[in-house]
Design a protein around this ligand. Structure first.
Ligand SMILES: *Cc1c(COP(=O)(O)O)cnc(C)c1O
Length: 339
């Protein structure tokens, strides 16, 4: 029996893609599938997004793009991060598009020039007159999830710097920008997190018409009653005050169930229950209100358990939680469902 099971719901992903495409109006939806599709499986996600309104794929590295190229021969694939010299050759051969943040523009490959309008990371301070290789002009929003004034400032800087080249494809919006800032739409938006049904604002994704794509389930592998004064887990961080039933779930931080998730709520037999004690590498404990049989289903994520709630408890963002879920023969089994 697998210790846990991840289900990726492509039908939900298609609905999210259509929701975003509608919100974007005339601008194109580009699906960001870096980091293995935010842990969801890049190829599956890419295929579903392309079939539901997305017109291009965005990744961070050339190797990620080359892998996708095998499955999607005719599709635009844009590499958003920097590429080394050898990689540029591979990218050219594979018909990829590159993002350039420096003064050297590689010949013979379509590029997007990146302007730094306030992210303070990759990007040029000033745009040169674009040479022929340039097909797009872009920038990246630093705080579209939380700071409207700074976002509008970035959008206006981008508009002012690129208005003279409006025949090129202009793009600055991420998911938060696409959902909340019509002024940021330009010709395309690079959407990641919202495609996966997770809120870029850390709120309930349903508020933006989004549905979580990833569900993560396990089961109670052991059930026991702690007597008053008895504890569970390393450091004895949870000590029972009265006779207390607990269940042990065979998932831990090595699976991506972060150690900082103590106190978060999961569902056991459909009911919300609190994670208690220190999360170990391969197991954690959940407080029960009664004795339950071994094998009782446990929902760690999805089906009403929001990644946004876990992220708040762990002091992180949903992006990091979903990217960190491990799979493979010794970890979660992965199933892709469609419909
Ligand atoms: C990851 C990334 C995105 C997507 O951001 P989301 O918040 O996931 O929509 C867009 N643009 C760039 C440059 C990125 O690195």
């Amino acid at each position: 029996m697998y210790r846990s099971e991840v289900t990726v719901d492509l039908a939900a992903l298609r609905r999210n893609a259509r929701t975003l495409a509608r919100a974007l109006d005339a601008a194109e939806l580009w699906a960001v599938v870096k980091a293995n599709g935010y842990g969801h499986g890049a190829a599956h996600v890419a295929g579903a997004a392309l079939g539901s309104g997305a017109t291009a794929l965005c990744v961070a590295t050339v190797p990620e793009a080359l892998e996708l190229r095998r499955e999607f021969p005719g599709v635009r694939i844009i590499v958003m991060g920097p590429a080394g010299n050898r990689e540029i050759g591979h990218a050219r051969d594979a018909g990829l598009e590159l993002v350039v943040s420096g003064s050297e523009i590689p010949p013979g490959i379509p590029v997007h020039l990146k302007l730094d309008t306030g992210m303070g990371r990759w990007g040029l301070a000033e745009l040169p007159v674009p040479p022929v290789e340039v097909v797009g002009l872009m920038s990246h929003l630093a705080s579209a999830d939380c700071d409207a004034a700074f976002t509008e400032h970035q959008v206006e800087r981008f508009r002012a710097a690129t208005d003279a080249h409006s025949h090129l494809t202009r793009h600055i919006a991420n998911s938060a920008g696409a959902l909340r800032y019509p002024s940021a739409r330009f010709d395309a938006a690079r959407c990641g997190i919202a495609l996966y049904g997770l809120s870029p604002f850390g709120t309930d994704p349903a508020e933006d018409g989004l549905q979580p794509v990833l569900h993560w389930q396990s089961h109670l592998a052991q059930v026991k009653q702690l007597q008053p004064g008895e504890s569970t887990g390393y450091g004895r961080r949870y000590v029972a005050e009265r006779p207390t039933w607990i269940g042990i779930v065979p998932v831990g931080y090595a699976d991506g169930f972060r150690r900082a998730l103590t106190g978060t709520e999961i569902r056991v037999a459909g009911e919300p229950r609190r994670v208690v004690g220190t999360i170990s590498m391969d197991a954690f404990a959940v407080e029960l209100d009664r004795e339950l049989p071994v094998g009782t289903p446990v929902v760690l994520l999805g089906h009403g358990v929001l990644a946004e709630a876990h992220a708040r408890v762990a002091g992180t963002i949903t992006y990091e939680l979903v990217c960190g879920i491990a799979s493979g023969p010794t970890r979660a089994r992965r199933t892709v469902v469609d419909g």
